[in-house]
Design a binder for this molecule. Structure first.
Ligand SMILES: Nc1ncnc2c1ncn2[C@@H]1O[C@H](COP(=O)(O)OP(=O)(O)O)[C@@H](O)[C@H]1O
Ligand SMILES: [Mg+2]
Length: 381
């Protein structure tokens, strides 16, 4: 469909944290990718609030319908601002890949049950405002083929971080946490990965609770660094049944959102703010490391590569380091050429690029789909 070897694409990502739009401008040279520029457009507090409202089980159709268009315009603005700052004209951009904002994600299996997922942020708005072809809505094609629709990151993690000599685990710390297993020298068929549970989702809810809505996240993990892990609360959280489910699996705000946070809070009223946050960081780290060991069974020393906003939370990083117990060394993705907040938007550009070349974007062994699928929908300017 698209022939020239060398082309520029933009990737747009807004994850379950609902913090804003991460942008990456990527150069594709055949199969090789290079990151040219990054940007971040934070959502105004009111927009974040409305996204959380729309993500509730009783989210109103009226609100979701309006947000769909409003978010499309915000995504377009984020793309154009990043290009402008980088001195790149939108005329040079061949395509945009946009994930959209997840409002619902309910992959279920079993007779009579219907798996579904919903990302909004109207691609027609992005295509019109940016004057550029947009590939969006990547998850439904995987769900149609019987998959969870997530995680989609492992394929791009392979392109960005696979190493000939070293086993690697890429750990994305968004609202939700997902890991990708890249054994040394592996092809795509050996890549494994799954969502491990919450990363920042519960931490952000706790920060908002303790600050009475004044703060949205624990910058640098400063408060958590002042606390200690509460053993009882840690034990309660780690007993969540999701952690023992076998992959393929994915999860979201439906399982680890406000209701679950309320339950933890109700049972651990005496735990102070610092210890509460530290314990949640330990749960993010502990659940990811224990599932990596249990389901991926690494045999040699590996590199544990951190990306996503949670990589800036020193308490999460410290807890991961401690829980690896010498099995692996921790690096930030930036040390390997892709800044922590750029990995997910690069992924969106990679998926769009593959779609435009008629290549599949899911890994069936990761999502549980019956077959590789060409993902996404195309909107023309
Ligand atoms: N400097 C920071 N210190 C600690 N946590 C941070 C920092 N920056 C971002 N975060 C956390 O990362 C989250 C956003 O990460 P991101 O990778 O964008 O997740 P998502 O894909 O879910 O949107 C924020 O909600 C916050 O919890
Ligand atoms: Mg985000």
């Amino acid at each position: 469909m698209v022939s020239p070897k060398l082309m520029l694409g933009i990737g747009l990502m807004s994850g379950t944290s609902g913090d804003g739009v991460d942008v990456a401008i990527v150069r594709f040279d055949g199969g090789k990718i290079a990151l040219l520029a990054t940007g971040f457009l934070p959502y105004p507090a009111i927009l974040r609030k409305e996204i959380m409202q729309a993500s509730q089980p009783d989210g109103e159709a009226q609100l979701i319908c309006r947000l769909n268009v409003e978010l499309g315009k915000v995504f377009a603005a984020a793309a154009m601002l990043t290009a402008k700052k980088a001195g790149i004209s939108m005329d040079e951009i061949r395509f945009i890949g946009s994930h959209g904002q997840t409002i619902r994600h309910q992959p279920v299996s079993g007779k009579g049950k219907i798996s579904s997922t919903l990302q909004i942020g109207e691609a027609a708005e992005i295509a019109h405002m940016c004057g550029c072809l947009v590939v969006s809505d990547f998850r439904p094609a995987d769900i149609a083929a019987g998959g969870c629709g997530a995680p989609l990151a492992p394929l791009a993690h392979h392109a960005m971080f696979a190493d000939e000599k070293q086993d690697r685990i890429v750990h994305n710390l968004g609202g939700i946490s997902n890991i990708t297993w890249l054994p040394a020298g592996c092809g795509q068929e050996k890549v494994a990965g799954f969502d491990t549970g919450p990363a920042n989702m519960l931490i952000d809810l706790a920060v908002s609770h303790f600050s009475k809505g004044k703060a949205a996240f624990d910058k640098g993990g400063k408060t958590a660094m002042e606390g200690k892990v509460d053993k009882r609360m840690f034990g309660y959280c780690m007993a969540h049944p999701y952690y023992s489910e076998k992959p393929p699996k994915s999860t979201g705000r439906e399982t680890f959102g406000a209701d679950y946070f309320g339950e933890i809070l109700k049972r651990h009223k005496k735990v102070g703010k610092e210890d509460f946050l530290r314990t949640l960081c330990a749960v993010t780290a502990g659940s990811a490391v224990s599932q990596a060991v249990r389901f991926l069974k690494p045999q040699k020393k590996f590199r544990w590569v951190l990306c996503g906003g949670g990589a800036y939370n020193n308490a999460i990083v410290a807890e991961i380091g401690a829980r690896l117990e010498g099995r692996g060394a921790v690096s930030l993705s930036g040390e390997l050429g892709f800044g922590e907040k750029s990995v997910e938007p690069v992924l969106m550009a990679v998926l769009a690029h593959r779609t435009l070349h008629g290549l599949p974007g899911n890994l069936p062994q990761v999502t549980g789909a019956k077959m590789p699928m060409i993902l996404g929908k195309i909107s023309l300017p």
